[in-house]
Write a protein that binds this ligand. Structure first.
Ligand SMILES: [Ca+2]
Ligand SMILES: [Ca+2]
Length: 109
């Protein structure tokens, strides 16, 4: 008989087996990806310009045109940064997800 510890799962693995409806899982993915990129420098709750650029290049390059063009990223970031503090909080970033989803879904503007 194998020791019990052979079957023990990390908290992260157990979390993967939790049942969530697909939309809630999608929200979970967006939040965890946001946090992963936001945690690289400065405030771990907000995306700096560098963090935003890395996220867009790595995660959204098919949906965001000119994802590797720094000028395009700057412009996109300014359009999302509602309080003009040079950082994107989750709700500011979320507008981009809404816009991309709207466009990708073929909804009228
Ligand atoms: Ca940050
Ligand atoms: Ca901001």
């Amino acid at each position: 008989m194998l020791p019990l510890t052979a079957f023990s799962l990390s908290e992260k693995q157990v979390h993967l087996f939790d049942f969530h409806p697909i939309m809630e899982s999608a929200i979970g993915v967006l939040v965890s990806q946001f946090k992963a990129y936001a945690g690289k420098d400065g405030s771990s709750d907000t995306l700096s310009r560098d963090e935003f650029q890395k996220l867009v290049k790595s995660e959204l390059s098919n949906f965001v045109k000119n994802a590797s063009d720094p000028a395009a990223i700057d412009q996109l970031m300014s359009s999302l940064d509602m309080d003009n503090d040079g950082e994107l909080c989750f709700l500011e970033f979320w507008q981009l997800i809404g816009r991309l989803a709207n466009k990708h879904g073929g909804f009228s503007q």
